[in-house]
Design a protein around this ligand. Structure first.
Ligand code: G3H
Ligand code: 13P
Ligand code: ZN
Length: 309
């Protein structure tokens, strides 16, 4: 069974006003936890691999594990490179079995981002692979950020239109207040929905991507801390904000931190409760089960992507 293109997934998601979960994968247990949840919910999926994941697990292992997941579950799955920083890594993934890549030129000036993205789009499209790009800077948001600082950091709607037109990228990651990791907001969580609305209105039908979209689920943060961890003051994007974004043109919601927290919390708990246990299958199994439960909750209650196959 082949991988499924995110183009098909995004079209349906856009029309149905829901989002596809894009989950970062680094090993077999993470992949199995995610796909087992999606199978029960009959949800399409994007499994994404970062440069760090390729370094840790090695490219070929992750590709083969994802292929195994497709054969095992029969689910529509897209295999995506997350945050490709240059042409070379995108090419390696296009040539090496991925059907979607991200070129993240967001740290470069506008014209350089366009030139780099265009180069990746030309190569990827010639091989039937789609491209996500990024415009704007994802950084933690201070409570008292000024309007001018926000404008400098967040995605400019008119530039987004120009960027998509000139690069031909298939989806665009935008900055509206989310950020990576477990510490997203210093004060109250805030997303610039007016900006999202404006971008969606200017590009009707076009799939928008939200990075840094973990909720930092309090249950797992508390469990990490209860069982010997030190994850203080962590704060993510509230679920209701993600649900709202999913109805406004956001077709892909990226989740990694919540996977890490669910897995780590459950492994910490398991090892503390079973001090004599040293079989990796038992604690990795506990991590896999926690990921499955967490992803199933997201699919049902946040992404709204259940029964979309
Ligand atoms: O956006 C970054 C993802 O969470 C991947 O993180 O580069 O540590 O694999 P990583
Ligand atoms: P989180 O750190 O919020 O999970 O974001 C993950 C992400 O954007 C991967 O590209
Ligand atoms: Zn990201």
């Amino acid at each position: 069974m082949p991988l499924v293109s995110s183009t098909e997934m995004f079209k349906k998601a856009y029309e149905g006003k829901y989002a596809i979960g894009a989950f970062n994968v680094n090993n077999m247990e993470i992949i199995q936890g995610i796909v087992d949840a999606a199978k029960e919910e009959q949800s399409p999926l994007i499994l994404q691999v970062s440069a760090g994941a390729r370094k840790y697990a090695r490219h070929i292992y992750l590709v083969k594990l994802v292929e195994a997941a497709v054969s095992d579950t029969g689910l529509p799955i897209c295999l995506h490179l997350d945050h490709g920083e240059d042409f070379e890594i995108c090419k390696a993934c296009v040539d090496g079995g991925f059907n979607s890549v991200m070129i993240d030129g967001s740290k470069h000036p506008f014209e350089e981002n366009i030139a780099l993205t265009k180069k990746v789009v030309e190569y990827a499209h010639s091989k039937g692979v789609v491209v996500e790009a990024e415009l704007g800077r994802l950084a933690g948001v201070e409570d008292d950020i000024s309007v001018s600082a926000r404008d400098a950091q967040f995605t400019d709607p008119d530039q987004a239109v120009e960027f998509v037109e000139r690069t031909g990228c298939d989806s665009l990651a935008i900055a509206i207040g989310t950020s990576h990791g477990a510490y997203k907001f210093k004060g109250e969580p805030y997303l610039d929905f007016e900006r999202l609305q404006r971008i969606s209105e200017l590009m009707p039908g076009y799939p928008i991507v939200l990075h840094g979209a973990s909720t930092v689920i309090p249950e797992f943060v508390e469990k990490c801390n209860e069982y010997g961890g030190d994850v203080a003051g962590a704060r993510g994007v509230p679920e209701e904000m993600l649900r709202k974004a999913g109805t406004m043109g956001v077709c892909k919601i990226n989740i990694d931190t919540d996977l890490r927290l669910a897995m780590t919390a459950s492994i910490r708990e398991h090892l503390q409760n079973h001090p004599a246990d040293f079989d990796p299958r038992t604690y990795l199994g506990a991590g896999r089960a926690a990921i499955k439960g967490m992803v199933q909750h997201k699919i049902k209650h946040v992404l709204n992507s259940s029964n979309r196959i």
